[in-house]
Design a protein around this ligand. Structure first.
Ligand SMILES: Cc1cc2nc3c(=O)[nH]c(=O)nc-3n(C[C@H](O)[C@H](O)[C@H](O)COP(=O)(O)OP(=O)(O)OC[C@H]3O[C@@H](n4cnc5c(N)ncnc54)[C@H](O)[C@@H]3O)c2cc1C
Length: 430
């Protein structure tokens, strides 16, 4: 085929281009933003100022789509590390046991990651990146999408259009304009509020650990993440459901002190702050069920956050975007088969986040008996995983999107949980 046009040059659009350039003579990636020539934040990706963890699976797929990219990032300061060995994972108030998971993490700021992906994709044969172009509508002929229209009225013809424009995607509206049904939209109102600060990182901080993840609990619905970044920095994001951390240094530390574990408080209390603090408010996690449609025009696909914008605390968005881009290598680029394939990619991370969110006070949604059962089991699982590195590793394989959530209920895992005799226990100290 000749020409693919992708709306959005963020992670999802760029990785889609990395896949599609193998099939199309020309791939055009358009973005409404001015794309920075250096690794910098930009308007369309305001989230880049907050902790952006890349799951091990996402790193692996990016290396498959853009061979050697991890090594290039490391050469520019990104940090490699085992996701269990160098990390403090505190879930359900339990500190997961250390071990060697074999899950290779890559710690890198979002601007550096996206900047390097953009450089690599822009250099691929046939790929063209175009900035300051706003897609405002679809062109169509006889039930097939044949391109897009830009804000200045210019038509851009294409054999395939991929909407990777993020959670604000206009495709549902455009479908209506063309006389097609809109996808069902599932929303979980989380009202998650982020506050983020960066700090100077010293080698002795956190005894050399690189990652801290403190998940919120129903009793303490506040969480936080610290990630080691290039240029000897920490990025620390604190989050609350329905309440924001204060951004002043002492308010920030005070909020950190109220998390289910003391590690982030210990870090931010003495660390030297760098740059300006930032906030972000995420009203809802949104999933658009394109896979449930029975009528959809050929020549159009939707991917990334435009399909599913997760609760960002779980760090899944970029990995899901990479897995969906990988699906574009499939020989069948029919719209409905594509949506069915990526629905399978989205199902597990959506189930994980929604199950977790529905435990939080104030988060409304369909708390089914199955979710209640799974949540009760996971409390015991985490208590057991605090003493069992194998269980901790199994949990991290699910969290990093290698294994499906039911694997945590396999007979082998169940037996280990039951044998541990673990009940819900008091949090262990740092
Ligand atoms: C606060 C926060 C923290 C997050 N933390 C993590 C994390 O730790 N780990 C993780 O993996 N993911 C995280 N995510 C999710 C991650 O940022 C996204 O999943 C990822 O960027 C992929 O999204 P996307 O490319 O589909 O859309 P986006 O990143 O939203 O990009 C959409 C792009 O489309 C462009 N655009 C929009 N409309 C148009 C138009 N009409 N015409 C032309 N261009 C257009 C925009 O300028 C933008 O460049 C986080 C998200 C948020 C909000």
């Amino acid at each position: 085929m000749d020409h693919a046009v992708i709306i959005g040059a963020s992670m999802s659009g760029l990785l889609s281009a990395a896949a599609l350039h193998r099939r199309f003579a020309r791939v055009t990636v358009l973005d409404r933003d001015t794309l920075p020539s250096v690794d910098a934040h930009r308007r369309g990706v305001a989230q880049s100022r907050h902790a952006h963890g890349l799951l091990a699976k996402g790193r692996e797929i990016m290396d498959e789509l853009l061979p050697g990219i991890s090594a290039e990032l490391v050469a520019q300061g990104a940090i490699r590390g085992d996701m269990q060995r160098y990390a403090r994972h505190i879930h359900a108030g339990q500190r997961l046991a250390r071990g060697e998971s074999g899950l290779a993490g890559l710690l890198v700021s979002r601007p550096l990651l996206e900047g390097q992906v953009r450089r690599r994709v822009g250099a691929l044969p046939g790929v063209r990146l175009m900035q300051n172009r706003i897609a405002t509508g679809l062109l169509s002929q006889e039930g097939r999408v044949t391109g897009i229209r830009l804000a200045d009225g210019e038509p851009v013809p294409a054999d395939l259009v991929v909407d990777a424009s993020g959670r604000g995607s206009r495709t549902p509206f455009w479908l209506g304009e063309l006389g097609y049904p809109q996808p069902e939209e599932e929303r979980v109102v989380i009202d998650l509020r982020y506050g983020t600060r960066e700090f100077r990182r010293k080698p002795e901080d956190l005894d050399g650990d690189l990652i801290v993840i403190i998940a919120p609990t129903p009793e303490s619905p506040r969480g936080g993440v610290a990630l080691a970044l290039e240029d000897d920095r920490w990025i620390v994001t604190l989050a609350g459901y329905g309440e924001a951390p204060g951004l002043g240094l002492s308010e920030f530390a005070h909020f950190a002190a109220t998390l289910p574990a003391p590690d982030l408080y210990g870090l931010v209390r003495f660390a030297e702050p760098i740059g300006e603090p930032r906030t972000y408010r995420n009203p809802a996690a949104i999933r658009r069920h394109y896979e449930r449609l029975t009528r959809f025009p050929e020549g159009l696909l939707v991917t990334g956050d435009a399909v599913c914008a997760f609760n960002p605390l779980y760090g899944q968005g970029m990995t899901v975007a990479a897995l969906e881009a990988h699906n574009l290598l499939d020989t069948d680029l029919g719209a409905l088969p594509f949506f069915k394939r990526i629905a399978k990619v989205v199902d597990a991370p959506w189930e994980i986040t929604v199950g977790g969110d529905l435990r939080m006070p104030g988060v409304k949604g369909n708390l089914t008996p199955k979710i209640r059962l799974v949540n009760a089991y996971m409390e015991r699982f985490h208590a057991a995983a605090a003493h069992d590195p194998e269980l901790a590793m199994r949990f991290l394989r699910v969290a990093n999107l290698y294994d499906p959530p039911p694997s945590l209920m396999s007979p082998g895992s169940l037996l280990r949980v039951l044998r541990s005799g673990a009940q819900r226990a008091e949090p262990v100290p740092a």
